[in-house]
Design a protein around this ligand. Structure first.
Ligand code: KG4
Ligand code: ZN
Length: 355
Protein backbone atom coordinates (compact mmCIF):
# COMPACT_ATOMS: atom_id res chain seq x y z
CA UNK A 1 0.00 0.00 0.00
CA UNK A 2 1.40 3.39 -1.01
CA UNK A 3 0.47 6.32 1.20
CA UNK A 4 0.97 10.01 0.62
CA UNK A 5 1.32 11.76 4.00
CA UNK A 6 0.44 15.44 4.26
CA UNK A 7 1.33 17.61 7.26
CA UNK A 8 0.55 21.33 7.62
CA UNK A 9 -0.43 21.71 11.29
CA UNK A 10 2.13 24.36 12.21
CA UNK A 11 4.86 26.02 10.16
CA UNK A 12 6.21 23.06 8.19
CA UNK A 13 4.74 22.05 4.84
CA UNK A 14 5.59 18.37 4.63
CA UNK A 15 4.77 15.60 2.17
CA UNK A 16 5.98 12.02 2.14
CA UNK A 17 5.31 9.01 -0.06
CA UNK A 18 5.77 5.68 1.68
CA UNK A 19 5.21 2.11 0.53
CA UNK A 20 4.07 -0.30 3.25
CA UNK A 21 4.16 -4.08 3.16
CA UNK A 22 3.31 -6.61 5.82
CA UNK A 23 4.70 -10.08 6.33
CA UNK A 24 4.29 -12.41 9.32
CA UNK A 25 2.85 -9.56 11.34
CA UNK A 26 5.84 -7.34 10.63
CA UNK A 27 5.32 -4.02 8.93
CA UNK A 28 7.97 -2.77 6.53
CA UNK A 29 8.10 0.64 5.00
CA UNK A 30 10.02 2.03 2.10
CA UNK A 31 10.32 5.82 2.01
CA UNK A 32 9.95 6.76 -1.65
CA UNK A 33 10.12 10.52 -1.13
CA UNK A 34 10.15 12.80 1.88
CA UNK A 35 10.13 16.57 1.79
CA UNK A 36 9.68 19.38 4.29
CA UNK A 37 9.52 23.05 3.48
CA UNK A 38 10.25 24.83 6.75
CA UNK A 39 9.37 28.38 7.59
CA UNK A 40 12.33 28.62 9.94
CA UNK A 41 13.61 31.71 8.09
CA UNK A 42 10.36 33.52 8.83
CA UNK A 43 10.51 32.26 12.41
CA UNK A 44 14.00 33.70 12.75
CA UNK A 45 12.83 37.01 11.29
CA UNK A 46 9.72 37.32 13.45
CA UNK A 47 10.77 35.22 16.47
CA UNK A 48 7.94 32.72 16.27
CA UNK A 49 5.02 31.37 14.26
CA UNK A 50 2.09 33.54 13.17
CA UNK A 51 -0.92 31.53 11.93
CA UNK A 52 -2.03 33.90 9.15
CA UNK A 53 1.50 34.13 7.76
CA UNK A 54 2.08 30.38 8.14
CA UNK A 55 -1.16 29.71 6.23
CA UNK A 56 -0.02 31.84 3.27
CA UNK A 57 3.28 29.97 3.23
CA UNK A 58 1.48 26.60 3.15
CA UNK A 59 -0.72 27.76 0.27
CA UNK A 60 2.40 28.81 -1.62
CA UNK A 61 4.51 25.76 -0.70
CA UNK A 62 2.05 22.85 -0.99
CA UNK A 63 2.00 22.71 -4.83
CA UNK A 64 5.79 23.19 -4.96
CA UNK A 65 6.51 20.38 -2.49
CA UNK A 66 3.91 18.19 -4.20
CA UNK A 67 5.53 18.69 -7.63
CA UNK A 68 8.88 17.80 -6.07
CA UNK A 69 7.71 14.50 -4.61
CA UNK A 70 5.81 13.58 -7.79
CA UNK A 71 9.10 13.95 -9.68
CA UNK A 72 11.06 12.08 -7.00
CA UNK A 73 8.67 9.12 -7.20
CA UNK A 74 8.30 9.18 -11.00
CA UNK A 75 4.63 9.95 -10.53
CA UNK A 76 4.00 6.66 -8.74
CA UNK A 77 0.36 5.75 -8.18
CA UNK A 78 -0.67 6.28 -4.58
CA UNK A 79 -3.42 4.28 -2.86
CA UNK A 80 -4.47 6.70 -0.19
CA UNK A 81 -3.71 10.03 1.45
CA UNK A 82 -2.96 10.29 5.19
CA UNK A 83 -3.69 13.79 6.39
CA UNK A 84 -3.09 15.66 9.64
CA UNK A 85 -6.45 17.02 10.80
CA UNK A 86 -5.34 18.21 14.26
CA UNK A 87 -4.29 19.35 16.70
CA UNK A 88 -2.59 22.40 15.28
CA UNK A 89 -3.18 25.92 14.03
CA UNK A 90 -6.64 25.94 12.44
CA UNK A 91 -5.84 28.09 9.38
CA UNK A 92 -2.84 25.87 8.65
CA UNK A 93 -4.77 22.63 9.10
CA UNK A 94 -7.42 23.91 6.70
CA UNK A 95 -4.91 24.58 3.93
CA UNK A 96 -3.86 20.93 4.21
CA UNK A 97 -7.46 19.72 4.23
CA UNK A 98 -8.42 21.81 1.19
CA UNK A 99 -5.34 20.68 -0.72
CA UNK A 100 -5.83 17.00 0.22
CA UNK A 101 -9.52 16.98 -0.71
CA UNK A 102 -8.85 18.38 -4.18
CA UNK A 103 -5.98 15.98 -4.71
CA UNK A 104 -7.97 12.97 -3.44
CA UNK A 105 -10.71 13.78 -5.90
CA UNK A 106 -8.27 14.23 -8.77
CA UNK A 107 -6.48 10.95 -8.00
CA UNK A 108 -9.62 9.05 -6.99
CA UNK A 109 -8.18 7.97 -3.64
CA UNK A 110 -9.55 8.11 -0.08
CA UNK A 111 -8.23 10.12 2.86
CA UNK A 112 -7.26 8.77 6.28
CA UNK A 113 -7.51 11.51 8.94
CA UNK A 114 -4.52 11.46 11.28
CA UNK A 115 -3.93 12.99 14.68
CA UNK A 116 -0.65 14.92 14.68
CA UNK A 117 0.29 13.76 18.19
CA UNK A 118 -0.31 10.13 17.32
CA UNK A 119 2.06 10.74 14.40
CA UNK A 120 4.75 11.88 16.86
CA UNK A 121 3.94 8.93 19.12
CA UNK A 122 4.33 6.38 16.31
CA UNK A 123 7.38 8.08 14.79
CA UNK A 124 9.67 6.20 17.18
CA UNK A 125 8.68 2.89 15.55
CA UNK A 126 10.95 3.82 12.64
CA UNK A 127 14.43 2.54 13.58
CA UNK A 128 16.34 4.32 10.82
CA UNK A 129 15.91 6.83 8.06
CA UNK A 130 16.92 5.90 4.53
CA UNK A 131 15.26 6.67 1.22
CA UNK A 132 14.36 3.67 -0.94
CA UNK A 133 15.32 1.07 1.65
CA UNK A 134 12.98 -1.54 3.07
CA UNK A 135 12.85 -0.78 6.80
CA UNK A 136 11.11 -3.04 9.31
CA UNK A 137 9.17 -1.04 11.87
CA UNK A 138 9.60 -1.79 15.57
CA UNK A 139 6.70 -3.72 17.08
CA UNK A 140 3.96 -1.59 18.54
CA UNK A 141 4.19 -2.16 22.31
CA UNK A 142 0.95 -2.45 24.24
CA UNK A 143 2.22 -1.83 27.74
CA UNK A 144 3.92 1.46 27.16
CA UNK A 145 4.17 5.12 27.97
CA UNK A 146 4.84 7.85 25.45
CA UNK A 147 6.58 11.13 26.15
CA UNK A 148 5.68 13.77 23.57
CA UNK A 149 7.70 16.94 23.87
CA UNK A 150 7.46 19.71 21.29
CA UNK A 151 6.92 23.43 20.85
CA UNK A 152 3.21 22.94 21.40
CA UNK A 153 2.95 19.95 23.74
CA UNK A 154 4.43 18.28 26.78
CA UNK A 155 2.47 15.13 27.35
CA UNK A 156 2.82 11.81 29.08
CA UNK A 157 0.52 9.31 27.45
CA UNK A 158 -0.41 5.86 28.65
CA UNK A 159 -0.65 3.51 25.68
CA UNK A 160 -3.26 0.80 26.22
CA UNK A 161 -3.46 -0.28 22.61
CA UNK A 162 -3.20 1.12 19.12
CA UNK A 163 -5.48 4.16 19.08
CA UNK A 164 -6.32 3.69 22.77
CA UNK A 165 -4.35 6.37 24.55
CA UNK A 166 -4.80 8.17 27.84
CA UNK A 167 -3.15 11.53 28.46
CA UNK A 168 -2.05 11.13 32.08
CA UNK A 169 0.06 14.27 32.26
CA UNK A 170 0.35 17.52 30.41
CA UNK A 171 1.71 21.02 30.80
CA UNK A 172 -0.45 23.48 32.67
CA UNK A 173 1.04 26.41 30.78
CA UNK A 174 4.01 26.59 28.37
CA UNK A 175 5.19 23.51 26.48
CA UNK A 176 8.80 22.57 27.15
CA UNK A 177 9.94 23.47 23.59
CA UNK A 178 8.15 26.79 23.91
CA UNK A 179 10.05 27.47 27.15
CA UNK A 180 13.36 26.64 25.39
CA UNK A 181 12.39 29.06 22.59
CA UNK A 182 11.41 31.87 24.98
CA UNK A 183 14.50 31.51 27.16
CA UNK A 184 16.66 31.52 24.01
CA UNK A 185 15.01 34.77 22.96
CA UNK A 186 15.83 36.35 26.33
CA UNK A 187 19.48 35.57 25.61
CA UNK A 188 19.36 36.73 21.97
CA UNK A 189 19.94 33.19 20.75
CA UNK A 190 18.58 32.19 17.34
CA UNK A 191 15.17 30.62 16.74
CA UNK A 192 14.30 27.79 17.28
CA UNK A 193 15.81 28.06 20.73
CA UNK A 194 16.03 24.40 21.71
CA UNK A 195 19.13 23.46 19.71
CA UNK A 196 20.85 26.77 20.60
CA UNK A 197 20.34 26.35 24.37
CA UNK A 198 21.28 22.70 24.20
CA UNK A 199 24.54 23.54 22.44
CA UNK A 200 25.54 26.00 25.19
CA UNK A 201 24.49 23.62 27.97
CA UNK A 202 26.67 20.96 26.39
CA UNK A 203 29.70 23.25 26.51
CA UNK A 204 29.16 23.64 30.25
CA UNK A 205 28.74 19.91 30.72
CA UNK A 206 31.76 18.86 28.67
CA UNK A 207 33.96 21.43 30.40
CA UNK A 208 32.57 20.33 33.78
CA UNK A 209 31.76 23.90 34.65
CA UNK A 210 30.57 23.25 38.19
CA UNK A 211 29.08 25.00 40.00
CA UNK A 212 27.28 26.95 37.28
CA UNK A 213 28.34 30.45 38.12
CA UNK A 214 27.80 33.88 36.75
CA UNK A 215 30.01 36.55 38.30
CA UNK A 216 30.95 33.91 40.88
CA UNK A 217 27.30 33.53 41.95
CA UNK A 218 25.65 30.16 41.36
CA UNK A 219 22.79 30.16 38.87
CA UNK A 220 19.90 28.20 40.34
CA UNK A 221 16.45 27.86 38.82
CA UNK A 222 13.40 26.10 40.29
CA UNK A 223 12.20 22.61 39.27
CA UNK A 224 8.47 23.35 38.98
CA UNK A 225 6.11 20.55 40.11
CA UNK A 226 9.01 18.16 40.70
CA UNK A 227 7.31 16.78 43.80
CA UNK A 228 3.68 17.11 42.75
CA UNK A 229 1.92 13.78 42.96
CA UNK A 230 0.75 13.91 39.36
CA UNK A 231 2.27 13.82 35.88
CA UNK A 232 1.63 17.44 35.02
CA UNK A 233 4.22 20.07 34.19
CA UNK A 234 4.54 23.82 34.45
CA UNK A 235 7.32 25.56 32.57
CA UNK A 236 6.07 29.12 32.76
CA UNK A 237 7.46 29.69 36.28
CA UNK A 238 10.85 28.35 35.22
CA UNK A 239 10.84 30.69 32.23
CA UNK A 240 9.93 33.63 34.51
CA UNK A 241 12.73 32.67 36.91
CA UNK A 242 15.17 32.97 34.00
CA UNK A 243 13.66 36.33 33.05
CA UNK A 244 14.11 37.73 36.60
CA UNK A 245 17.58 36.26 36.83
CA UNK A 246 18.66 38.03 33.63
CA UNK A 247 16.98 41.27 34.77
CA UNK A 248 18.93 41.18 38.06
CA UNK A 249 22.17 39.80 36.57
CA UNK A 250 22.54 41.27 33.08
CA UNK A 251 24.34 39.00 30.63
CA UNK A 252 27.88 40.26 30.03
CA UNK A 253 29.58 37.33 28.33
CA UNK A 254 29.12 34.01 26.57
CA UNK A 255 30.02 32.32 29.88
CA UNK A 256 26.93 33.92 31.43
CA UNK A 257 24.77 32.48 28.65
CA UNK A 258 26.39 29.07 29.07
CA UNK A 259 25.65 29.06 32.81
CA UNK A 260 22.00 30.01 32.28
CA UNK A 261 21.48 27.54 29.43
CA UNK A 262 22.98 24.72 31.50
CA UNK A 263 20.85 25.35 34.55
CA UNK A 264 17.70 25.85 32.47
CA UNK A 265 18.24 22.57 30.59
CA UNK A 266 19.11 20.72 33.79
CA UNK A 267 16.00 22.04 35.55
CA UNK A 268 13.51 21.33 32.75
CA UNK A 269 14.85 17.87 32.00
CA UNK A 270 15.14 16.85 35.65
CA UNK A 271 11.39 17.38 36.03
CA UNK A 272 10.59 15.42 32.87
CA UNK A 273 12.79 12.49 33.94
CA UNK A 274 11.26 12.33 37.43
CA UNK A 275 7.70 12.24 36.04
CA UNK A 276 8.61 9.59 33.47
CA UNK A 277 10.25 7.35 36.07
CA UNK A 278 7.15 7.67 38.28
CA UNK A 279 4.77 6.91 35.41
CA UNK A 280 6.79 3.90 34.20
CA UNK A 281 6.84 2.53 37.75
CA UNK A 282 3.18 3.14 38.51
CA UNK A 283 1.96 1.40 35.36
CA UNK A 284 4.70 -1.22 35.16
CA UNK A 285 5.32 -0.22 31.55
CA UNK A 286 7.89 -2.11 29.53
CA UNK A 287 8.47 0.49 26.78
CA UNK A 288 8.86 4.23 26.50
CA UNK A 289 8.15 5.90 23.15
CA UNK A 290 9.71 9.31 22.70
CA UNK A 291 8.48 11.85 20.15
CA UNK A 292 8.33 15.54 19.18
CA UNK A 293 10.84 18.26 18.35
CA UNK A 294 12.43 18.28 21.83
CA UNK A 295 13.09 14.53 21.46
CA UNK A 296 16.16 15.63 19.48
CA UNK A 297 17.66 16.95 22.73
CA UNK A 298 20.73 14.83 23.43
CA UNK A 299 20.74 15.48 27.17
CA UNK A 300 17.10 14.36 27.43
CA UNK A 301 18.00 11.23 25.44
CA UNK A 302 20.99 10.40 27.62
CA UNK A 303 19.08 10.97 30.86
CA UNK A 304 16.25 8.74 29.62
CA UNK A 305 18.79 6.08 28.63
CA UNK A 306 20.32 6.27 32.10
CA UNK A 307 17.04 5.72 33.95
CA UNK A 308 15.84 3.21 31.38
CA UNK A 309 18.89 1.10 32.06
CA UNK A 310 18.56 1.28 35.84
CA UNK A 311 14.82 0.66 35.83
CA UNK A 312 14.91 -1.90 33.03
CA UNK A 313 12.66 -0.72 30.26
CA UNK A 314 13.18 -0.30 26.56
CA UNK A 315 13.18 3.13 24.97
CA UNK A 316 12.22 3.83 21.38
CA UNK A 317 13.90 7.03 20.18
CA UNK A 318 12.74 8.64 16.96
CA UNK A 319 15.43 9.16 14.32
CA UNK A 320 16.57 12.78 14.16
CA UNK A 321 15.05 13.28 10.69
CA UNK A 322 11.55 12.87 12.09
CA UNK A 323 11.67 14.39 15.59
CA UNK A 324 10.30 17.65 14.23
CA UNK A 325 7.10 17.97 12.23
CA UNK A 326 7.11 15.76 9.15
CA UNK A 327 4.78 13.84 6.87
CA UNK A 328 6.52 10.49 7.19
CA UNK A 329 5.13 10.00 10.69
CA UNK A 330 1.69 10.97 9.34
CA UNK A 331 1.98 8.30 6.63
CA UNK A 332 3.00 5.74 9.29
CA UNK A 333 0.05 6.69 11.52
CA UNK A 334 -2.18 6.55 8.44
CA UNK A 335 -1.04 3.02 7.69
CA UNK A 336 -1.82 1.90 11.25
CA UNK A 337 -5.31 3.29 10.78
CA UNK A 338 -5.84 2.15 7.20
CA UNK A 339 -9.05 0.43 8.27
CA UNK A 340 -10.69 3.68 9.22
CA UNK A 341 -10.44 5.20 5.75
CA UNK A 342 -13.38 7.43 6.11
CA UNK A 343 -15.77 8.44 3.49
CA UNK A 344 -18.71 8.98 5.79
CA UNK A 345 -17.49 11.73 8.11
CA UNK A 346 -16.88 15.20 6.80
CA UNK A 347 -13.20 16.09 7.15
CA UNK A 348 -12.66 19.04 9.41
CA UNK A 349 -9.85 20.59 11.41
CA UNK A 350 -9.87 18.90 14.76
CA UNK A 351 -8.27 21.19 17.31
CA UNK A 352 -8.94 18.86 20.21
CA UNK A 353 -6.73 15.93 21.00
CA UNK A 354 -8.55 13.00 19.48
CA UNK A 355 -6.01 10.54 20.72
O1 KG4 B 1 7.69 19.03 16.99
P1 KG4 B 1 8.20 20.35 16.57
O2 KG4 B 1 9.06 20.45 15.33
O3 KG4 B 1 7.04 21.35 16.34
C1 KG4 B 1 5.92 21.41 17.15
O4 KG4 B 1 4.94 20.66 16.90
O5 KG4 B 1 6.01 22.20 18.13
O6 KG4 B 1 9.00 20.95 17.81
C2 KG4 B 1 9.68 22.18 17.74
C3 KG4 B 1 10.27 22.49 19.10
C4 KG4 B 1 10.84 23.90 19.22
O7 KG4 B 1 10.34 24.47 20.40
C5 KG4 B 1 12.34 23.66 19.32
O8 KG4 B 1 13.02 24.64 20.07
C6 KG4 B 1 12.39 22.31 20.00
O9 KG4 B 1 11.34 21.58 19.41
N1 KG4 B 1 13.68 21.65 19.81
C7 KG4 B 1 14.53 21.37 20.82
C8 KG4 B 1 15.68 20.77 20.24
N2 KG4 B 1 15.47 20.68 18.89
C9 KG4 B 1 14.24 21.22 18.65
N3 KG4 B 1 14.43 21.59 22.15
C10 KG4 B 1 15.47 21.21 22.93
N4 KG4 B 1 16.59 20.64 22.45
C11 KG4 B 1 16.74 20.40 21.12
N5 KG4 B 1 17.87 19.84 20.66
ZN1 ZN C 1 4.60 18.49 16.17
Amino acid sequence: MIILGIETSCDDTALSVVEFTEQNGQISCKILANAVSSQTELGIQYGGVFPAMAKQEHIKNLPIVYDYIVKETNNIKIDTIALTVGPGLEPCLWTGITFAKELAEKLGVPIIPVNHMEGHLLSSLLPEFAIGKEIILRDFPTNAISLLVSGGHTQIIKINNLGDYEIIGTTLDDAVGEAFDKVARMMDLPYPGGPAISKLAKISRTQSLEPRTQNLKPVIFPRPMLHSKDYNFSFSGLKTAVLYHIRDNPIKSDEDKIAIAREFEDASIEVIIKKIVNAMQEFGSTHLLLGGGVAANKYLQSELARVGQTEGYEIYYPVREITGDNALMIAIAGYFHKDIINTKTELKANGSLRL
